[in-house]
Design a protein around this ligand. Structure first.
Ligand code: SF4
Ligand code: SF4
Length: 196
């Protein structure tokens, strides 16, 4: 894909905001691709992590914001650890996701979108994640109630899943305040996202 480069784009407010929010100096990236070659989600992404970085470097932030890659990123930090220039690629992905969310952009893939929403909803409600509940809710939302159900017995036996999660939340008010603060001024992600 070709991009028209301009001084304005390179120094756009949006490009500066990504740099500021991520705390990264992206001009240091020399496109070696080590971040992408270690990314466990790379095969599923429409743009590889180093391509996302390149877009931001070139001031094409809108393009990066529209990519599905920023939503698929699992924040595992493999890219950040591998980068020979010490760039926190995960932090850049996080910053892009925050800005996209603020603008009402949402992942195109319904599974990713529902996962994001239900994950936050569950954490807000319980103060922690109940994996089995989240998986069940997600399957119901996506009209595939029995997907991966064959994995459940093995995971339960190994103690990787809990049948119940009824631990008391010690500070519900504090958690609610935390969410309120995080969502303040972010428009709760409503806007131009696509439907299922
Ligand atoms: S590993 Fe670092 S320097 Fe290499 S492409 Fe990724 S961000 Fe750029
Ligand atoms: S943090 Fe995101 S972009 Fe980086 S390696 Fe993990 S999944 Fe890939």
């Amino acid at each position: 894909m070709r991009y028209l480069l301009s001084k304005e784009a390179l120094r756009s407010e949006l490009a500066e905001r990504v740099a500021e929010e991520s705390g990264q100096e992206l001009a240091r990236c020399y496109q070696c691709g080590k971040c992408s070659s270690g990314c466990p989600l790379a095969e599923e992404m429409d743009l590889l992590p180093h391509q996302v970085i390149r877009l931001v470097q070139l001031g094409q932030v809108e393009e990066a914001l529209r990519s599905e890659a920023i939503w698929l990123c699992a924040s595992c930090e493999t890219c950040s650890v591998r980068c020979p220039k010490g760039i926190d690629v995960r932090g850049v992905m996080d910053a892009l996701r925050r800005i996209a969310y603020e603008r009402g952009l949402k992942p195109r893939e319904p599974g990713v979108r529902w996962f994001e929403e239900l994950f936050l909803q569950e954490v807000r409600r319980r103060g922690r994640l109940w994996e089995l509940g989240l998986a069940a809710l997600l399957n119901v939302r996506l009209w595939r109630p029995f997907r991966d159900i064959s994995l459940a017995p093995k995971l339960l036996m190994k103690g990787k899943l809990a049948l119940r999660q009824d631990e008391e939340l010690p500070d519900r008010k504090g958690l609610e305040e935390l969410f309120e603060r995080a969502l303040k001024g972010k428009g709760e992600g409503e806007g131009e996202g696509e439907g299922d």
